[in-house]
Design a protein. Structure first.
Length: 454
C-alpha cells in the first residue's frame, strides 16, 4: 500500500456503445447495444441509455431485445475500437512507463513511476488532465480512479462512472470498504458471494471480523488468505508494464448448428485466416495450432498440433487446422468453431513448408480419435457482400454512411458522419455497384456534410 494515491485506473465509459454513438449522430442519447445479433449472441456493451432498461454486458441478446425492443442493435467493429484504444494507450504512456492494459478500454498506470504525481493534489491533477486529453483526442469519456493500490483504484473508477474521477485517500480504505458488499472485492463472484452469505458474511467488514482462519476454512488457503488481506484494504500488487500474450485465437458461434462437413471445413479455414491476421497484427508467430469444436450437445473438444518452428503463414495454419478437424467427430452438428495459435514468438521459421510436413502428431483431449489425411475440398466461392448493422459504407453519390439493416435483397443506409447532424436514410439493392464497404471515419477532426445531400 502506498502513502499517496498514485495508482490510476482508467475505464472508458460504455466503450463500444459510446464509440458507436460518437460515430453516428442519430444514435446519440438513444439506447445502443453492441454484440452478436444472432439467436445465440450476447451483449458486449450497452450504452447507459440501454442500461436503464436493464440491459447489461454478457446478457443473452434475445433477452436484451425483450427488455429494450427499440434500441439500436449493432455488430461490433473491433478494428475501429482498437484504433481508438491505441490513442488512449498512447496518452497513458505519456504519463508513465508503467502502464498495464487490462483490455481495449481499461488500464492501470503508475503515476509515481512517471514522476507526474507524489501526493493527492498532483495525482488528482494528472487524472483530470488525462480525462480532458482523452475527450479532446477521441471524443469519448473515461472514468478515473486514484488510490494507493490497484484494487482500490479500480473500485474508485467504478464509483466515478460515468465520466468522473474519484480519489481514495490512503488511510481511509477500511472505513470505505467496511459497509460494502463482499462482491466489491476482486475474486468474489456469484458463487463465492453466495457461499459467504450462507456463512453469514455479506459485507467487507463481516470478512474482516471473521478473521483469516475462518476464511481459509471456508475458501481454502490461497483464496481465504487473499480475501482477508483485501478486506483489510491491503493490496501490494505492482503495476506491470508488459503482459505478454500467450496465444491468439478467434472463434464463431453459429446461429444454426452446422452439419455439412465441407461447410465446417470451410469455416475452419476462414477462422484460420482471421487468426493469422491477428497473429501478424500483434507482431508474433507461433508453434502450436489449436482447434476448438463445440458440438450440438455443448460438449467441447480441443485438438492441437505443434510445428517444428513458429509460423505466421496462413497456408500452414489453415492446413494444420484442417488436419485437426479430421480427427473430430462432428456427427450431430457443430455450434461453435475456433482456431488459435499458441507458443508465440517474435520471429518466423524460414522453412514454412518443412514445418507442416514434419509437424508433431496432434495431441488429443479424448482417447480413441486419430488424425487422418484431409479430404479434398472445393475452393470456396466468393461470398456475397454482407451488410452488417452498424458497419461503415460509402456510396458514390451520397457519400459516407452506415448500415441500419438489410434483408430481402435490400440494404438500408443512414448517411451521416461523426461531425454532422443526424442524416438521411436511403435503401438500395444489396448488389448496388455504387455502394461499398468503407473504413471508419475519425471521431475527432473528420469532415461533415454528407447528411445534407437531398
Amino acid at each position: 500500500m502506498r502513502a499517496a494515491p498514485t495508482i490510476l485506473h482508467l475505464d472508458m465509459d460504455a466503450f463500444f456503445a459510446a464509440a458507436e454513438q460518437a460515430a453516428k449522430p442519430s444514435l446519440r442519447g438513444k439506447p445502443v447495444v453492441v454484440g452478436g445479433l444472432g439467436p445465440r449472441g450476447v451483449v458486449a456493451t450497452a450504452s447507459y441509455e440501454a442500461r436503464r432498461f436493464g440491459v447489461h454486458s454478457a446478457m443473452p441478446m434475445a433477452q436484451a431485445r425483450r427488455r429494450a425492443p427499440n434500441a439500436a442493435y449493432l455488430v461490433p467493429r473491433f478494428a475501429f475500437y482498437r484504433s481508438i484504444s491505441e490513442q488512449v494507450m498512447e496518452l497513458l504512456g505519456r504519463l508513465s512507463p508503467l502502464v498495464e492494459p487490462l483490455s481495449l478500454d481499461e488500464a492501470f498506470v503508475d503515476l509515481e513511476a512517471g514522476g507526474v504525481a507524489d501526493d493527492s493534489a498532483s495525482a488528482r491533477r494528472a487524472g483530470e488532465l488525462l480525462r480532458r486529453d482523452i475527450l479532446a483526442t477521441t471524443g469519448l469519456t473515461g472514468s478515473v480512479g486514484l488510490a494507493g493500490s490497484k484494487m482500490l483504484a479500480k473500485i474508485a473508477s467504478e464509483e466515478a462512472k460515468p465520466d468522473g474521477l474519484v480519489l481514495i485517500e490512503p488511510g481511509t480504505e477500511r472505513e470505505l470498504l467496511g459497509p460494502r458488499s463482499v462482491r466489491i472485492l476482486p475474486g468474489v463472484g456469484p458463487a463465492t458471494g453466495e457461499h459467504l452469505r450462507r456463512a453469514g458474511m455479506t459485507t467487507v467488514s463481516d470478512l474482516a471480523e471473521a478473521g483469516e482462519d475462518e476464511l481459509v476454512r471456508l475458501l481454502g488457503r490461497a483464496h481465504g488468505a487473499s480475501l482477508y488481506r483485501m478486506a483489510q484494504g491491503y493490496d501490494d500488487r505492482p503495476v506491470v508494464a508488459e503482459r505478454d500474450a500467450k496465444s491468439v485465437s478467434v472463434e464463431d458461434t453459429f446461429d444454426v448448428d452446422l452439419h455439412d462437413r465441407v461447410r465446417i471445413r470451410m469455416e475452419v479455414e476462414r477462422l484460420a485466416e482471421r487468426c493469422v491476421g491477428r497473429l501478424r497484427g500483434s507482431g508474433h508467430s507461433g508453434r502450436t495450432i489449436v482447434l476448438k469444436v463445440r458440438r450440438y450437445d455443448f460438449s467441447t473438444l480441443t485438438r492441437s498440433e505443434t510445428l517444428r518452428g513458429p509460423t505466421d503463414d496462413p497456408v500452414v495454419v489453415r492446413e494444420a487446422a484442417g488436419r485437426l478437424l479430421e480427427g473430430v467427430d462432428t456427427t450431430g452438428g457443430v455450434r461453435l468453431l475456433g482456431v488459435g495459435v499458441s507458443g508465440l514468438a517474435d520471429y518466423t521459421q524460414e522453412d514454412l513448408f518443412a514445418q507442416a510436413e514434419a509437424a508433431e502428431p496432434p495431441s488429443e483431449d479424448e482417447p480413441g480419435e486419430a488424425s487422418v489425411a484431409p479430404e479434398a475440398v472445393e475452393p470456396e466461392a466468393p461470398a456475397e457482400r454482407r451488410w452488417a448493422p452498424g458497419h461503415d459504407v460509402r456510396h458514390a453519390v451520397y457519400g459516407a454512411g452506415w448500415v441500419q439493416g438489410s434483408g430481402v435483397g435490400r440494404v438500408t443506409v443512414r448517411f451521416e458522419e461523426p461531425g454532422s447532424g443526424p442524416g438521411r436514410v436511403r435503401t438500395f439493392p444489396v448488389d448496388d455497384p455504387d455502394l461499398e464497404p468503407a473504413d471508419p471515419l475519425p471521431l475527432v477532426g473528420g469532415g461533415a456534410g454528407t447528411a445534407a445531400v437531398a
